[in-house]
Each structure stands twice: as C-alpha cells, then as structure tokens.
Design a protein around this ligand. Structure first.
Ligand code: PFF
Length: 454
C-alpha cells in the first residue's frame, strides 16, 4: 500500500480544515436556519454551542485521527483494540458523510446552475416574486438539477482523486481568500440597502424570551454541521496532521474563521431579505431567492455589473461547497483504500456511484418524488434532518466519550501539548479535558434525546 500522506505545513492544515468547515453550511444553511429559528436568539445559542461543545469535539476528532493515523472507520478501534464496540461503531463515521454528501451535492448543483443562470440575459430583470418562481420551477424540473448535481459531484471527486497535497491542499488555499473578500463586499452592499437594518437587528438583537430547547437543538446541530464534526471528516484530516503541529492553534483558527464566515454570510443575506420583503423563514431556498434580488438592485441599470458580481458570488459558493464536499468524499475514499486496498481512483469511482444515485433521489424529492415521505419528511429533508439532528450528535457523543473516558488522560495530554513541547497548552488542556469529559457528553445527550423524541 502507498505510504500515508500528510499535509505539508500548519497553514495547509488550517486551510484544508477551514475549507471543509466553510461551505454551504455557512452560506446556505446558517442564514435560513437563523431565519426559521428566530434570528438573534439562534445566533446566540449557536455561538455558545460552538465555543463550549463543538470546538472541544473538533479537537477530540483531530486527536483520534492523529494518534491512530487511520481512516475514520477504524480509528477508534486502533486506539482501543480490545473493544468490539469501538472497533465496529466507526462504520457510522463512513455512513454519515455518504448520506450528507448525497444531498449536499444537490445544493452544490443548484449553486452551479445559478452561476450559469447569472450569465444569462434577462435573469436580473425579474421581481422578487418572479425570482422565487424561477427557483421553484428549477428545483422541481427533474433533469436540470440532476445534471448539475452529477457535474458538481464529479468535479469534487476529481479533486479527491488527485490526492491530499496536490488536490485538497492547493485547491483550498486558492479559494478561501477569494470567498472571504466576496462575502465582505456583498455584506457591505446588503447592509446599505433601504430597509436593511431590520435584517441586522433580526440577526443580532436576541429576544431571550424566545430561547427554547428547540433553538439550542437546532443551533447545536448546525454548529456540528458547520465545523464538519460528528462525521469522520476531521478524524480523517486529523490523520494527515504531522506530529509536530500544534493542534490547539489549528482548531482555534478553524473555529474562528468558520464562525466569522457564518456571521458574514448572515450579514450578506439577512439584510437583503428584509429589504426585499422576503419571508426570513422561507427555508432552504432562501439564498437562491434573495441573492439574485440583491444583485439586480446592485447593478440596477447596469445589467452587466449584476451578471458579473452574481456569477462571481455563485462561483465562490460552488467552490466553498466543493472544498467541503471534498472532505466528505475523502472519508469514504480513505476507508476504501485502506480496507480493500483499492487505488485512490477506484475508491473515488465507488463514492461517485453511491452518492450520485442517492443524490438523484434527493433531487427528485422536489419534483416527481415529492410524495415519498419518510418520518413525515421528503427524502431530501429526511437526509438533512436525520444526519444533522440525529446522526451527527450520536457520532459526536461517541467521540467525546471516547476521548474523555476511554483514552488515557496522559495520551490525550500528550497530543495537546505535543508530549510537553507546547508548555502554553497545559493550562488550556485542563479546560478542554473538563469540557470533553463532562460538559460535552451531557449537553449532547440532552439535545440528542430532545431531537429523537421530538
Ligand atoms: N462543514 C460543511 C459546511 O458547513 O458546509 C459541511 C460539511 C463538510 C459537513 C464536511 C461535514 C463534513 F464532513
């Protein structure tokens, strides 16, 4: 078997992990969930969950990955070789990314389609109502979204096929800075629209009387989703992190950039939603209905300007989605390569096949398969709900129990302090260990049962 690859530097680790974290979860999911779940109250719960639960979990996944130097399916079994439970439970870490990837690449396909539509004359003459109609006609028409889903997935698979350094690392390094700049420009413009301030208050002025367990449940699910935890991706990337990296620093940077990016995306979308009179709780279509309106206004009288900015924006969304999709694909690919001794290219083909087919079914759930329901939800909604509100939490719970109660404390400390090399991390280790051992399992368990029973 080929030797295991590594990321080449600290910057590469941060960029690849931030590339996995920053994606549709920030640009597409965070604004619409905030819209549905009461705006600032949700944002408040989201920040709390990220700092105290998700970040420690993120670090735990890197620890498991780096220490085991194994794919996500086998990592916990490698560290606890005597336990059948930990040897087998890792299968969840391979299944969850496949489920998420299937519907994730459908939304990636929508973004690709909107990038192309942005270059089409006439797209920006539409009124907000017309924009919504264009969107619902598009997602319910069977062929176009399916074709886009397969193209999006295909390109992502090709990046993974090029390997960790030449594919994943290089790709993320180029794209992330572009994305940040674009979202900042759009946020500034969006805030300057007439009536936009209502959107800013909606995002940042919490009404604590509206803080319910449900808000926390959705916020925690979103926070896990956004930082890519609870699904093997960070375990897998962690296994490519060299021994001499300071993983606490890498985690902190990834967490901060992900949080800042989500807030920026909220600021780009929500003020414009209010300015356009769109309902903030409009669900998954929110950015596809609000963003074309923003750009039409931005370039009013100059259609070429609208076309250029909108094309760039959706290009950035597509690429951000791809750096995340790439990390989802890598989980399955790393496992197939190590378990079945497959070549990288062969493993990629299998993942394309499985996620491609499941994604087609998800895409059809907006049209011909709309009546097919599981647990009262369409297939697309069921995949999204089951993965982010149930499976991610379950996997996250297992990870914190593993690091907090199964691994030896000294081993965990070794990973965080690099066997004592990073003296500054000793004090932080105490806080981290307390959160992982007690706070995270209790919080995740409570929310898990709340979701499961609700
Ligand atoms: N964190 C990604 C986002 O916010 O779009 C989604 C994601 C990527 C989830 C990779 C899970 C994962 F393994």
């Amino acid at each position: 078997m080929a030797p295991r690859e590594n990321f080449s530097s600290r910057l590469s680790v941060i960029v690849a992990m931030a590339g996995s974290a920053i994606g549709l979860g920030n640009i597409w999911r965070f604004p619409y969930l905030a819209g549905e779940q009461g705006g600032a109250t949700f944002v408040f719960a989201y920040i709390l969950a990220t700092l105290f639960i998700t970040l420690p979990l993120f670090l735990s996944e890197i620890i498991i990955g780096r220490r085991s130097r194994s794919n996500a399916r086998d990592a916990m079994g490698v560290l606890a070789p005597k336990s059948r439970f930990w040897k087998n439970i890792g299968i969840l870490a391979v299944l969850i990314p496949i489920i998420i990837n299937s519907y994730y690449s459908v939304i990636g396909g929508w973004s690709l389609d909107y990038m192309i539509k942005s270059m089409t004359p006439g797209f920006f003459h539409a009124s907000p109502g017309e924009v919504s109609r264009v969107f619902s006609d598009f997602i319910s028409s069977p062929w176009e979204p399916i074709a886009m889903h397969l193209v999006f997935l295909g390109i992502s698979v090709l990046v993974v096929a090029r390997g960790v350094k030449t594919g994943i690392e290089k790709f993320s390094k180029i794209i992330l800075p572009v994305l940040f700049v674009l979202v900042i420009v759009i946020a500034v413009y969006s805030i300057s629209l007439p009536g936009a301030m209502a959107g800013v208050s909606y995002l940042f002025k919490p009404d604590f009387s509206k803080l319910t367990p449900e808000t926390f449940a959705y916020a925690m699910g979103q926070s896990f989703y956004s930082l890519s935890v609870g699904m093997g991706a960070i375990i897998t990337y962690g296994s490519y992190v060299r021994k001499e990296e300071n993983i606490m620093v890498s985690s902190a940077w990834t967490g901060i950039s992900d949080l800042v990016f989500a807030l920026l995306a909220g600021l780009a979308i929500m003020p414009a939603v209010f300015a356009a009179g769109i309902e903030p709780g409009s669900g998954p279509g929110l950015i596809f209905q609000s963003v074309p309106y923003i750009f039409a206004e931005m370039g009013s009288g100059v259609p070429l300007l609208s076309a250029v900015i909108s094309t760039l924006f959706f290009l950035a969304v597509v690429v951000a989605a791809m750096t995340s999709c790439v990390s989802l694909i890598e989980v399955g690919v790393a496992w197939l390569m190590e378990r079945f001794n497959l070549r990288r290219s062969a493993a990629c083909k299998w993942i394309f096949l499985v996620c491609g087919v499941l994604g087609v079914l998800c895409s059809l759930s907006f049209g011909p398969l709309n009546d097919l329901h599981i647990a009262g939800r369409t297939l697309f909604d069921f995949f999204d709900w089951a993965s982010s509100n149930i499976l991610l939490l379950l996997m996250g719970l297992l990870v914190v129990i593993f690091v907090g109660h199964v691994m030896k404390k000294a081993d965990v400390r070794d990973e965080i302090t690099n066997s004592g090399g990073f003296k500054g991390n000793f004090r932080l280790f105490g806080i981290f260990y307390f959160l992982v051992r007690w706070v995270c399992p209790v919080a995740v368990l409570v929310i898990f049962f709340f979701n499961f029973l609700g």
